[in-house]
Design a protein around this ligand. Structure first.
Ligand code: TRP
Length: 341
C-alpha cells in the first residue's frame, strides 16, 4: 500500500527514531505535548520510526495482561494523536528480534562502570527492591534500538540525554574497533517550551508516578475529569495572569498548556486574559483541552474496538523495521567475527 511511496519519498530524509514505554493505560499530557506532537511534526520532515518499548518495560516488574493491554493502548494513542502509518513506521519493540541480538553485542561493548553511572539506573535501583540485571543493561538495549536503524536523530526528553550520550559513545567505540558500521545519532532533545508540570505540584514534571493523580492530565481522561482537574489546578498567591515560571509556576504551566493546545504564543494569551481572574483561565483551558483531546480519545477507543486494523498497522510497521534491522545485524555479526550459519 503506502509502502512504496514511503520508502522512495523518505529515503533521502534524515531518519528520526524514538520510543515510549508501554507502562500506562493512558499517555499523560507531558507525553502528548512534550513528545507525540513533535513526533507528528517530524513525520513530515524525517524518515520517521516510532515504537512502543515493551522490552524496556519489563526491566521492572509488569503484569503480563496489563503489559499486553498497555502496549496496544499506547500504539492506538500514537495513531489517534496523528502519527500516520503511511508516513511513519510504527511498531512494537519486541516484534523485531534483532533488537536483542544487537543488544547483546552492545552489552559487550559497554563497560560495567558506564552502566552503573547512569542516573536513571541509580534512581530506579534505589526505588526498587528487586534490581533486575536488565535495569542495568537497559541503556545497551536502548542503544540497540537506535543503532539498529541507523537513526540520525533521536527526539527524547532531557531525562534521556545521558542514555543518548552513551549510545553515541558505543557507536563510536564500535566503529573505531570494527570499522564504520553505525550512524552516530544526534540527540534531538525535545523543546523545553513544551515542558509540562504537575497541576497540583507545579515544581515537579507531570509524570505517571505523581503522588496526587489530580495533578496529571491523561490523554484519555473523560471531559468531566479533565474539567475537574484544570479547575482545581494549584495556582499562585497573587491574582495576576502572567508568565513567569520562577515566581508563578502554576499559572505559567497553565499558560504553556493553553499555548500548546491553541497554537498561540503565550504573550497573546496573557493579553487576552488581562484583568481576568485565574478561574477564567482555568475554565477556558478546560474547554480547550476537552475540545483538543476528545477526538484523540474517541479515535483511540475506535482503534481498540477494532484490534484487527491496529494489528495490521503494527505488523506492517514491524516488517519495515525488521528489513532494516536485518541488514544491520548481518553487518555487525560479520564484523565481530560470528560465522554465518
Ligand atoms: N528509555 C526511553 C524512555 O523511557 C524509551 C526508549 C527505549 C527509547 N528505547 C528508545 C527512546 C530508543 C528513544 C530511542 O523514555
Amino acid at each position: 500500500m503506502g509502502t512504496m511511496t514511503q520508502t522512495s519519498e523518505s529515503q533521502h530524509r534524515p531518519r528520526s527514531l524514538s520510543g515510549i514505554q508501554a507502562t500506562s493505560d493512558s499517555l499523560h499530557l507531558g507525553n502528548y505535548i512534550g513528545a507525540l506532537q513533535q513526533f507528528v511534526e517530524q513525520q513530515e520532515t524525517h524518515d520517521a520510526f516510532f515504537f512502543i518499548a515493551n522490552m524496556h518495560a519489563i526491566t521492572v516488574e509488569q503484569d503480563p495482561v496489563e503489559l499486553r493491554e498497555r502496549t496496544l493502548r499506547t500504539a492506538a494513542q500514537f495513531i489517534a494523536s496523528g502519527l500516520d502509518p503511511e508516513k511513519s513506521t510504527i511498531f512494537i519493540q519486541s516484534h523485531v528480534p534483532q533488537t536483542t541480538q544487537l543488544g547483546w553485542v552492545l552489552e559487550c561493548t559497554a563497560s560495567l562502570g558506564e552502566a552503573q553511572r547512569m542516573t536513571q539506573f541509580k534512581d530506579k535501583a534505589a526505588k526498587n527492591e528487586h534490581i533486575s540485571l536488565g535495569l542495568l543493561t537497559y541503556p545497551a538495549l536502548m542503544a540497540a534500538d537506535i543503532l539498529l536503524y541507523q537513526a540520525n536523530v533521536v527526539p527524547v526528553g532531557e531525562d534521556q540525554r545521558q542514555h543518548l550520550e552513551l549510545t553515541r559513545n558505543l557507536a563510536g567505540r564500535f566503529n573505531q574497533r570494527y570499522g564504520q558500521t553505525f550512524t552516530v545519532p544526534e540527540p534531538g532533545i525535545l523543546k523545553q517550551t513544551a515542558k509540562i508540570y504537575d497541576l497540583q505540584d507545579p515544581g515537579a514534571k507531570m509524570s505517571k508516578s505523581a503522588a496526587n493523580p489530580a495533578g496529571r492530565i491523561d490523554v484519555l481522561d473523560e471531559p468531566k475529569a479533565l474539567t475537574k482537574k484544570f479547575k482545581s489546578a494549584v495556582t499562585d498567591n497573587d491574582t495576576v495572569i502572567a508568565y513567569d515560571p520562577e515566581t508563578k509556576p502554576g499559572v505559567s504551566n497553565l499558560l504553556t498548556i493553553y499555548s500548546s493546545f491553541s497554537g498561540e504564543p503565550i504573550e497573546s494569551i496573557v493579553a487576552q486574559f488581562e484583568g481576568k481572574m485565574y478561574g477564567h483561565l482555568k475554565v477556558a483551558l478546560a474547554e480547550l483541552a476537552v475540545e483538543s483531546l476528545t477526538p484523540v480519545r474517541e479515535r483511540t477507543h475506535e482503534l481498540l474496538d477494532d484490534p484487527a486494523e491496529l494489528e495490521r498497522i503494527l505488523h506492517a510497521g514491524a516488517d519495515r523495521a525488521e528489513a532494516i534491522a536485518r541488514r544491520t545485524i548481518e553487518d555487525v555479526y560479520a564484523r565481530v567475527g560470528f560465522l554465518s550459519r
